[in-house]
Design a protein around this ligand. Structure first.
Ligand code: C5P
Length: 206
């Protein structure tokens, strides 16, 4: 069973993916981590984030396990991720890794922006998770603040809009719900209620 979970930033898709991974004992890949690690590695190397060839080289040699969660979770890493994610060469360099993970014998859960549309269009269950932008900004702001980040809510809201727009409008693998995705709007849902909906969708497909 392959479960594809896509959606906007801070919509709750990562939490839903992790909870489903526990509930159904399926391995989980947070594909945003690959783009974040690529962005951070490129910044550390002093590379120009618009240089497709150089960044694709970074992506193809990526060792995501070498990065700590703390360095990948910053707002700066998220912004760098969304910049390198525009480059088709970078997306191509990360594709096989994601597909191989999806097609392991146990099945898998992947969350990201293009899992149901590009990485695993054959997924057994596709979820699209979204919430209103103010709610998402508040959630992410609380997380970043707890981690010691000093970004303000206004700055973060602007960044979130910028990233959503870049993700939605890029030519290659834009962020969009697959036609056959089940929509979960988490604006007014607790995390438990959102997970219940996701679980019901998976059980229906089983
Ligand atoms: O989900 P997360 O915030 O960690 O993703 C960081 C960025 O990586 C996204 O804003 C997006 O630009 C990119 N990304 C992507 N495709 C994916 C996962 C993430 O383009 N499957």
């Amino acid at each position: 069973m392959i479960i594809a979970i896509d959606g906007t930033l801070a919509s709750g898709k990562g939490t839903i993916a992790r909870r489903l991974s526990d509930l159904f004992a399926l391995p989980h890949m947070d594909t945003g981590r690959l783009y974040r690690a690529t962005g951070v590695a490129a910044m550390n190397a002093g590379a120009d984030l618009t240089d497709a060839k150089a960044i694709a080289e970074v992506a193809s040699k990526l060792e995501p396990s070498l990065f700590t969660e703390a360095e990948l979770r910053t707002a700066e890493a998220g912004l760098a991720a969304s910049k390198v994610a525009v480059l088709p060469e970078v997306r191509a360099a990360l594709l096989e890794l994601q597909r191989n993970f999806a097609h392991q014998p146990t099945g898998a859960i992947l969350d990201g922006r293009d899992i149901g549309t590009v990485v695993c269009p054959e997924a057994d269950v596709k979820l699209w998770v979204d919430a209103n932008v103010e709610v998402r900004a508040k959630r992410r702001h609380a997380e970043l603040k707890a981690a010691g980040d000093t970004i303000t809510l206004d700055e973060l809201t602007a960044q979130l809009r910028e990233r959503d727009e870049r993700d939605r409008n890029r030519k290659d693998a834009p962020m969009v719900a697959a036609a056959d995705a089940i929509l979960i709007d988490t604006t007014d849902l607790t995390i438990d209620a959102a997970v219940d909906k996701a679980r019901a969708a998976v059980e229906m497909a089983n």
